[in-house]
Write a protein that binds this ligand. Structure first.
Ligand SMILES: Cc1cc2nc3c(=O)[nH]c(=O)nc-3n(C[C@H](O)[C@H](O)[C@H](O)COP(=O)(O)OP(=O)(O)OC[C@H]3O[C@@H](n4cnc5c(N)ncnc54)[C@H](O)[C@@H]3O)c2cc1C
Length: 454
């Protein structure tokens, strides 16, 4: 059995730690069963945002007439759109793998790892061990139990980002951020999209006001079935047919492709973590303490497989803490997750940080709410963003910023200043008092804060 100082399982955010350990002269094993770079590079953030940019360009052209520009789209070159993305990410993945293979301190194992004993992993036909192990093996798309689903050629986000042909009609099951983003991508480029969601609205994690407005816009844009349960999936020639129960009525939906986007499950089962004594929670995510150490001393976990926030910047943050706690064990630091922002790159964009109003209410906090419409600002009205708005929550006694929720143009950028202020534990003054460029879009954030009245 080969022994290393450190084993990292998963080549996404885990690579932060393996490369640091190699720099310090430790012998390191990196185990990866798929492409290097993990979900974000190969099947997540990067390909989805690259594809969505094509959709955004299409929307801009469609809206051009409003601004006096007569433009027409003569064709959508699907192969070009997908190849632009695939060739870029595949070459990045190869580069990352080569970089690891070229490092004399790192041994790459390109296979599935599974624990077969305490701190012992089986990788292909070899066994490896290390006193320090980092589990960064991520998640995979969840597949719900639906009658007949196994017999239809459904796709998940893994395949949706690399489809060789554009589907004419796409049924999306799910109403979370991945469903919202991919519906925008396919829909803007001309696919007829039907969204089936079991809940009464889309984007359930968002503040109620954002979720409700976003749902209304998607209802106008797509065929959106809420409170709808998929009963059965079947094939009819080249078509996929879904029998659904929609608000008490039986309906039949027909599509050329079916995208299942109902969340993600941790890869702890494939990794057989129980064999090394690592405990998981009721949803299968690795149980860790505040330092990200598992119940087995010397085995750490980070990123999606821990399940705290399934976001790349959260996994990156955790990697920094794990690295510190491994290399400076006498001064371990608990992870500070305060002010973790997120964004949904749909159309409209959505972004948020901190508490929703519902959470503030549940905690019985003395909060004030402020809100401002994009269209009531100079820039918002010049770009004719009629739906966009900013909502903020602050503690009316302490002026602590509790949360901010944005829907509209560049929401993913606008949220950052609020996330920064919150992260530094600044009060509402951090936004209300600075001088903002007129008539730039951030004025809408400042005015939402002004309207708090605290
Ligand atoms: C469609 C989509 C869009 C997304 N968009 C965004 C976004 O815009 N912004 C954002 O912040 N986040 C986004 N995410 C989430 C983001 O991709 C993840 O939070 C992030 O990649 C998690 O990193 P990780 O290192 O924890 O795991 P991963 O990057 O998933 O890495 C885990 C690695 O472990 C490997 N592995 C698993 N099991 C084994 C095993 N048994 N043996 C060997 N190797 C194994 C896997 O092959 C994988 O490469 C998106 C995700 C998806 C699916």
């Amino acid at each position: 059995m080969k022994s290393f100082d450190l084993i990292v399982i998963g080549s996404g955010s885990g690579l932060e730690i393996s490369s640091l350990a190699a720099t310090r002269g430790l012998s390191v094993a990196v185990v990866e069963r798929g492409a290097f770079g993990g979900t974000c590079l190969n099947r997540g953030c990067i390909p989805s945002k690259m594809l969505i940019h094509s959709a955004d360009v299409m929307e801009t052209i469609r809206r051009a007439g409003r601004f006096g520009i007569r433009a027409e789209v003569s064709a959508v070159d699907w192969q070009f759109i997908v190849n632009r993305v695939v060739s870029s990410i595949d070459s990045d993945a190869r580069e990352i793998e080569d970089g690891n293979r070229d490092n004399p301190k790192i041994t790459v194992f390109k296979d599935r790892a599974r624990f077969v004993g305490r701190k012992v992993l089986e990788v292909g036909d070899q066994q490896i061990t290390a006193e320090t192990i980092v589990i960064a093996a991520g998640t995979r798309p969840a597949v719900p139990k639906i009658d007949g689903l196994a017999d239809v050629p459904f796709i998940t986000s893994d395949e949706a980002l690399r489809l060789p042909e554009q589907p004419r009609r796409l049924i999306v099951v799910g109403g979370g951020y991945i469903a919202a983003e991919l519906a925008h991508f396919f829909g803007a480029l001309g696919t007829e999209v039907t969204i089936v969601e079991i809940a009464p609205r889309m984007l359930l994690q968002e503040d109620d006001d954002v979720g409700a407005r976003f749902t209304e816009i998607y209802r106008q844009r797509f065929s959106l079935l809420l409170n709808t349960v998929v009963k059965r999936a079947r094939r009819k020639g080249d078509e996929i047919v879904l029998d659904v129960d929609s608000e008490g009525t039986r309906r039949t939906l027909v599509g050329d492709a079916l995208l299942i986007a109902v969340g993600r499950v941790p890869n702890t089962d494939l990794l057989e973590v129980a064999e090394t004594g690592v405990a998981v929670n009721e949803r299968g995510f690795v149980k860790v303490d505040e330092h990200l150490e598992t119940e087995v001393p010397g085995i750490w976990a980070l990123g999606d497989i821990v399940g705290r926030y399934q976001l790349k910047h959260s996994a990156n943050l955790e990697a920094v803490y794990v690295a510190h706690n491994i290399f400076d064990p006498k001064h371990k630091i608990a992870v500070d997750y305060h002010a973790m922002p997120h964004a949904v790159f749909a159309s409209p964009q959505v972004a948020g940080v901190g508490m929703t109003e519902r959470e503030a209410k549940e905690r019985d906090l003395p909060y004030a709410v402020g809100a401002y419409e994009y269209s009531d600002t100079a820039y918002g009205s010049s770009i004719e963003d009629e739906d966009g708005f900013v909502k903020v929550l602050a503690n009316r006694q302490t002026k602590e910023i509790l949360g901010c929720h944005i829907m509209g143009t560049e929401a993913s950028i606008l949220i950052q200043e609020v996330a920064n202020a919150m992260r530094l534990r600044l009060k509402t003054d951090a936004i209300t008092r600075p001088i903002y460029v007129h008539p730039a879009l951030p004025e809408v954030v400042q005015r939402a804060f002004w309207s708090l009245g605290v």
